[in-house]
Design a protein around this ligand. Sequence first.
Ligand SMILES: [Zn+2]
Length: 203
Amino acid sequence: MENKQANKAANKAAKWQIKKLPTGVILDRDGVINFDSPDYILTPEQWQPIPGSLAAIALLSRAGIVVSIASNQSALARGMLDDATFAAIHARMMLAIEAAGGQLSHVAYCPHGPDDQCECRKPLSGLLVECLAAMRLPADEVIMIGDSLRDVQAALTAGVRPLLVQSGYGDASAILKKAHALDADIAVFPDLQAAVNALLHGD
Ligand SMILES: [Zn+2]
């Protein structure tokens, strides 16, 4: 009986390789790296990093963990954001991450809207599959850090361990409840800095 319980506990720990550092991390962008808005991020000036997020990316890079981004950007499909402004927002983010000492392996954006029937828009897994291929890493060595149920769903579909942060604009407790209905083992943190500290130091 005791052995059975011990085995069960070991299986649970093995499920997401809790004790093992990931070799790669896929980040959602809005609400994880920068403050999100229900009105979308439409100008470079509106791209404002969440305190600690840039330093957290730098910590991952210094630890040898490959970092990429998977981000829905339906404002493009909605005609609220043109390609040039979108590129300027992206450039501002890249500059800020690199200035803080972080390195990105890949940035995957979905430019489509919910009715475009693409395969990349989260909760589908296309963006994550793209990131895994670019990082050349197997899904079971990678963690996805997101603030929304869509991130969790995309991660689970891609076979990547999801991790939730509560720095987005949505109803964090409602999101957590829905995420835990999908997988009760999903860990949750206030923000990216806390999540990365936990990953690297186990606290
Ligand atoms: Zn798409």
